[in-house]
Design a protein. Sequence first.
Length: 67
Amino acid sequence: MSRPARPANGRMIGGVCAALARRFGTSATTMRVIFLLSCLLPGPQFLLYIALWILLPSEGKAARTAW
């Protein structure tokens, strides 16, 4: 299984939802709706989004990474 990467196309803000949608085999719109609905629940959703934005490489950078 390959490491998830934020796609160069289809991004809205950081591409995190698009990367997760690609990883789990669903549409990016569905993943965005799930994220927005999860924001109604208490928890660190925005912190998790920012952390994934930082940790997930961009699609072009992921291809250049040797590991």
